[in-house]
Design a protein around this ligand. Structure first.
Ligand SMILES: O=C(O)C1=C[C@@H](OP(=O)(O)O)[C@@H](O)[C@H](O)C1
Ligand SMILES: C=C(OP(=O)(O)O)C(=O)O
Length: 733
């Protein structure tokens, strides 16, 4: 990209630019310039291989450079411009990394009269408390934002080249105007630094200083981390941007005054609202931040072949029940305590949505939650879109619940969820009088106009066996005139019905038809969520296929509408014992003992399909290890889960050398041996975990790409799998 880059000031930022540019091969030569007193640092930079050479004479340093990067503190940039002026070359590009941009541009105007058209002001939003070249690293700018603030006469080619340069260093580049940059940075960077310095200054001067610091814990350390930053640099930044910072300090004083008043008047309600608003706003920031990072961060699992699963484990809480515990607990009168809640992204998305609608929910701490129910009509309008991540259950159930509220809402999700069919819920809801707009394709975002008091019950025969559709309509039915009935073509999970009864809300079950009305209210209760059989399934299959395995999975939910995986594995010859069966909070629970046993291929009975719907990815792995052919039919629903689970599994199994043929509604697999190879999970948690389990019977290593979404249902999977005997390592890139 460049022949010679000259970096003026080889500290943390300058050094990290040099390292990353070298790693990316962006320049033939990289030299550093500093003052006499910086020589030691420059020598270190050369010894570390950060720069090729250094000069203490600026004319020598910039000689032949086609890119000059000014990476000195903002206050010194004007004096650097003065030194550079007689050496300025029209054929080079000049850029800087100052944290304030108005001051840099003003300095250039003072020195040059007009800002040179080959000066591209830029600001990488990356840094650390440490300084000096020894703190520099290759990846300081990876996935970090960088803002370019050109002025009217800046050459577009120069802007483009600097933009390309920073993108190659891994930054996410935006171009904006100078004042906007300085305003945004004053709020998000300069003010927080001032606050951290001020707090430590205040506490440090108290007599009881040593005692205060002795008892200060993680919160203090987190909050004041940036007070360890370089005071020289920060006094310069704050002084350079004071016009933007001072009005913000005034606003902050107002906010602190407000909180003081709330405390003086014991207005804990208002205090809660302030804190909740702030917490939610921070969550939105974190989601955005994670989205940026996730643009290129990906998690890869590498599994070594062989091993066996042994020991005892309790897998995390049931996802379906965790969603419903939040929904019904929020709508109940009184306080609901939940134990065993699944602390994974999908269930947490539901939790966040209810917080966004004004419900006070404490926790989760070790799977325990306290939900302060607001009653059936107590939800509040969310101030923003409700973001439901990867979770189909959250979106479909909420669409029913929100259709009959007195406020409007918008439901959004990630890329996978935004591609999943929503007409299956919006069409019957429309027949009830709901007003929900989807995209033309019938997908999210869902724009819901609340039609409180205007929904009417329907008698709906579901064309597909879906617990999400059934639950959606039952939740809408709680707000509809008359009776809402849903008839299912085959039994599906009945957690909504059971939990409604647990909350004392009347639901009527007659054969395959369930009915509800608006008559009733929910009474708070305690919920004990058992382990998720869909998560246990990975280990049920793992132990069944790996010789020598002997595993006890404790406290697993064995609701008859969920145990298809046990029935199918047993038909294949698996050795699974259901022990110590009991009922906990209206749901059957048991310990599952599974011992290795040679499996044989079967034709999977279609009536078991809805009862094992989420377990097919891992059941395909069982089939690949079984003797003979396994055939699945009647499972077209698998094509519209987090990924097309038929195609993605068939593709992956074929890569591993398995004879797996996808069909429209299922798969035909000839059992045999599993080889090694590289497969992609397509961001689908169950695919990632299924191929990991395949490693137990593979004859070579398996690499599985794109596994970050394991966190949606089973964040502990990799640690637990390793503890039980799977040789899995996880790489983050
Ligand atoms: O109601 C639920 O909690 C679920 C129902 C099923 O979806 P469908 O209703 O689309 O079959 C299942 O796949 C999903 O993981 C959870
Ligand atoms: C299909 C699943 O979940 P959801 O529909 O809630 O995204 C699943 O967990 O396998």
């Amino acid at each position: 990209m460049f022949n010679r880059i000259c970096i003026i000031g080889v500290g943390l930022i300058g050094g990290s630019i040099a390292r990353a540019a070298r790693q990316q091969g962006l320049s033939n030569t990289i030299v550093g310039y500093g003052r006499q007193q910086d020589e030691q640092n420059l020598q270190t930079a050369k010894q570390l291989g950060v720069i090729d050479d250094y000069m203490l004479d600026l004319a020598e340093a910039v000689q032949g450079a086609d890119c000059v990067v000014i990476a000195t503190p903002v206050a010194s940039i004007e004096s650097i411009f003065v030194l550079l002026k007689p050496l300025w070359s029209d054929s080079a590009i000049y850029t800087d990394v100052g944290s304030t941009k108005g001051s840099v541009i003003a300095a250039a105007e003072r020195v040059f009269g007009v800002v040179p058209d080959n000066l591209v002001p830029a600001h990488p939003i990356a840094g650390a408390e440490q300084s000096g070249v020894t703190a520099s690293v290759n990846d300081l700018f990876l996935n970090k934002r960088l803002i370019i603030t050109p002025v009217g006469n800046t050459k577009p080619e120069a802007v483009q080249k600097i933009q390309g340069f920073w993108e190659r260093l891994g930054s996410l580049v935006s171009v904006m105007d100078v004042q906007h940059h300085d305003g945004v940075l004053a709020a998000t960077s300069h003010l927080p630094h001032i606050l951290a310095f001020a707090l430590v200054d205040m506490l440090g001067h108290k007599d009881e200083q040593s005692e205060i610091f002795q008892y200060a814990a993680g919160g203090f350390k987190d909050f004041t981390r940036i007070a360890s930053s370089d005071p020289t640099m920060w006094k310069d930044i704050c002084a350079a941007n004071k016009d933007e910072i001072i009005p913000l300090i005034e606003q902050l004083k107002g906010e602190l005054d407000k909180i003081q008043r709330l405390l003086e008047t014991n207005d804990t309600r208002q205090l809660f609202e302030t804190f909740t608003y702030a917490r939610n706003a921070r969550q939105r920031f974190l989601d955005q931040f994670d989205n940026n990072i996730n643009m290129s961060k990906s998690i890869t699992f590498q599994v070594q072949p062989g091993g066996k699963l042994q020991g005892e484990a309790r897998v995390p809480g049931d996802k379906s029940m965790s969603h419903r515990s939040i929904m019904l607990g929020s709508l109940a009168e009184g306080v609901t305590h939940v134990k065993g809640f699944l602390e994974a992204e999908d269930a947490l998305a539901t939790l966040q949505a209810f917080r966004d609608m004004g419900v006070e929910i404490e926790g989760p701490v070790n799977g325990e939650l306290t939900i302060h129910g607001v009653g059936k009509h107590g939800l509040k309008a969310p101030t923003n879109d409700l973001y439901l991540g990867n979770s189909g259950t959250s979106m479909r159930l909420l669409s029913g619940l929100l259709a009959g509220q007195a406020f409007n809402s918008v439901l959004t999700g990630d890329k996978s969820l935004s591609g999943r069919p929503m007409k299956r819920v919006t069409e019957p809801l429309a027949a009830m009088g709901a007003d929900i707009k989807t995209t033309e394709k019938g997908t999210a975002p869902l724009h819901i106009t609340g039609r409180a008091g205007q929904l009417t019950g329907i008698d709906y025969a579901m064309p597909i066996a879906s617990a999400q559709v059934k639950s959606c309509l039952l939740l809408a039915g709680m707000y509809a005139q008359g009776v809402t009935s849903v008839t299912e073509p085959a039994p599906t999970r009945d957690h909504t019905e059971r939990m409604l009864s647990g909350f004392n809300y009347p639901v009527k079950q007659e054969g395959n038809k369930v009915s509800i009305t608006a008559e009733g209210s929910l009474t708070a209760t305690d919920i004990d969520v058992p382990s998720d059989i869909s998560s246990a399934a990975f280990f049920l299959v793992g132990a069944s296929i790996a010789p020598g395995s002997d595993l006890l999975l404790k406290h697993v939910g064995v609701n008859p509408t969920r145990i298809g995986v046990i029935d199918i594995l047993r038909l294949m010859g698996a050795n699974i014992e259901v022990l110590n069966e009991r009922t906990v909070g209206g749901e059957p629970v048991a310990d599952l003992h599974v011992v290795y046993s040679a499996l044989k291929g079967i034709d999977i009975p279609e009536h078991l399909v809805p009862l094992a719907i989420d377990e097919f990815p891992v059941l395909f792995v069982a089939a690949a290890c079984a003797e003979g052919q396994t055939r699945l039919t009647g499972a077209e629903e698998l094509r519209v889960k987090e990924s097309d689970r038929i195609q993605v599994m068939a593709d992956g199994l074929q890569i591993l050398g398995v004879d797996a043929q996808s069909t429209e509604d299922g798969m035909i697999i000839q059992g045999g041996s599993i080889g090694g190879g590289e497969v992609i999970s397509h961001g689908d948690h169950r695919i990632a975990m299924s191929f990991s389990i395949a490693g137990l019977r593979a004859n070579a290593p398996i690499t599985i790409y794109d596994c970050e979404n394991v966190n949606t249902s089973f964040p502990e999977f990799r640690d637990l799998a390793k503890r039980l005997g799977l040789d899995l390592v996880c790489r983050e890139a």
